[in-house]
Design a binder for this molecule. Structure first.
Ligand code: THU
Length: 133
C-alpha cells in the first residue's frame, strides 16, 4: 500500500500520541504504534506491561490486535515511536523481532514501517526470510 507524506506524518503523530498512554512502570520505556488498514482505518496501541513481566504487551501488537478485532486483517503500514529511545543509538527505536513477525502476518513484505527518529523501511528489510508455514 502506497501512502503519501501527509498520511505518514499523521500515522507517526498518532503513534506518538498513543505512547502517552503507555503503561510501563517496570521499564519506564513508553512506546506507541499506529497501523493503517488497506481500507484506510487507523488503529493505535501502546505497550501495556505487567508485574508478571512476560505478560506484558508491545505497542505494535496491541495496535494490530485492535485492527484485527475490529475486522481489519489487511494492514498497509505501521508507525512506531519509542519516545525514550536514544536517537544516537537508533536500534533503541526499532520494533522488536516478535512484533516484526506479527506485522508480517497482516502486512505485505513491501509494506512501510515508519520509525520515528530513524526512517522508513520496507517490512522485508526489517524481517528478511520471515517464517512461514
Ligand atoms: N516494546 C514495545 O512496545 N515495542 C517494541 O517493539 C519494543 C519494546 C516495549 C516492551 C516493554 O514494555 C518496553 O518496550 C521495554 O522493552
Amino acid at each position: 500500500m502506497l501512502i503519501g507524506a501527509e498520511l505518514e506524518k499523521d500515522l507517526l503523530a498518532q503513534a506518538t500520541s498513543a505512547a502517552t498512554n503507555a503503561y510501563c512502570p517496570y521499564s519506564n520505556f513508553p512506546v506507541g504504534a499506529a497501523v493503517i488498514s488497506t481500507d484506510g482505518r487507523i488503529f493505535t496501541g501502546c505497550n501495556v506491561e505487567n508485574r508478571s513481566f512476560v505478560s506484558g504487551l508491545c505497542a505494535e501488537r496491541v495496535a494490530i490486535a485492535k485492527a484485527v478485532t475490529s475486522g481489519s486483517k489487511e494492514l498497509g503500514a505501521v508507525a512506531v515511536h519509542c519516545i525514550k529511545g536514544n536517537p544516537s543509538d537508533p536500534d533503541t527505536l526499532m520494533p522488536c523481532g516478535a512484533c516484526r513477525q506479527v506485522m508480517r502476518e497482516f502486512m505485505d513484505e513491501d509494506a512501510a514501517v515508519l520509525i520515528e527518529g530513524v526512517g522508513k523501511f520496507a517490512l522485508s528489510e526489517l524481517l528478511p526470510r520471515a517464517f512461514h508455514l
